[in-house]
Write a protein of this length. Structure first.
Length: 241
């Protein structure tokens, strides 16, 4: 059974349809990258899976259970964690407090304060510092750590390298490597195609709220993805499947 099933999902912002009748099955442990130009609907899709944006129609199923009407905090407790675009930390709270913030929704599993700090060693000297004082890379590490503290089975990563220096991106992805080896399912939005190909098992190209192509990362080229990215290819292709 798929870990996550998205069936005919439509999500709107007012009258604007951001995700359009989208269907996607994701297997347990699979790493899926959503690729597409600005406004393609990637962020809205992740937010709708996490339950912080409402579905207009269609379903989201977690391990076969329909969670479309389940509020976000209950989805978090059921195993879905979102690392939102822009990180959204509590700037006046310490790093440790930010990491502990979702304590009530925590599930049992390998992640706790110690293991998160082990995975993101740059946070160790900063645990008592205000999150607002951190560098971009440290803030992103905190945001990912906060999501991991839930011990999710599904981790949704929205543009974790946005606005970071190349060195900080390197640090964040080095820490993510440990995560990639685990069975956690990852749905990731990443503008950097090199990173995308390094991380993903499957690449899903989105345009105007729908899927225009998808395929195994090892059977797609960057050039193909770029063409779909800019909408230069005919839609509905399944690449290398
Ligand atoms: P980006 O890379 O820019 O984040 P995206 O692929 O993640 O793009 P979304 O952010 O999901 O796309 O946006 C999809 C569509 O929904 C766009 O047309 C965008 O302008 C619109 N949209 C997104 N957020 C809102 C909002 N809060 N209110 C109104 N429209 C929105």
């Amino acid at each position: 059974m798929s870990a996550l099933q998205i069936q005919g999902l439509t999500a709107r912002h007012g009258l604007l349809t951001a995700v359009r009748d989208l269907t996607l099955d994701i297997a347990a442990g699979e790493k899926v990258a959503l690729v597409g130009a600005n406004g393609a609907g990637k962020t809205t899709l992740l937010r709708t899976i996490a339950g912080v944006h409402p579905a207009f129609s269609g379903q989201v199923l977690l391990d076969g259970v329909d969670i479309t009407a389940t509020p976000a905090h209950k989805r978090a407790a059921a195993g879905i964690a979102l690392v939102p675009e822009g990180r959204r930390l509590f700037a006046d709270m310490s790093v440790a407090e930010n990491l502990m913030v979702s304590r009530s929704a925590r599930r049992s599993g390998p992640w706790n304060l110690d293991t998160v700090v082990e995975a993101f060693p740059q946070l160790k000297p900063k645990l008592k510092a205000r999150a607002g004082e951190l560098s971009g890379g440290q803030q992103q590490a905190t945001a990912i750590g906060r999501a991991l503290m839930l011990n999710p089975t599904i981790l949704l990563l929205d543009e974790v390298s946005l606005g970071l220096s190349p060195l900080a991106v390197e640090g964040v992805y080095a820490s993510l490597q440990a995560l990639l080896a685990m069975r956690v399912t990852i749905v990731l939005v990443e503008q950097d195609l090199k990173r995308t190909f390094a991380v993903a098992d499957r690449i899903v190209c989105m345009l105007e709220g729908g899927i225009v192509a998808e395929g195994r990362a090892d059977q797609m080229s960057r050039e193909q993805v770029m063409e779909y990215y800019f909408g230069n290819r005919a839609p509905s292709a399944k690449v290398g499947a």
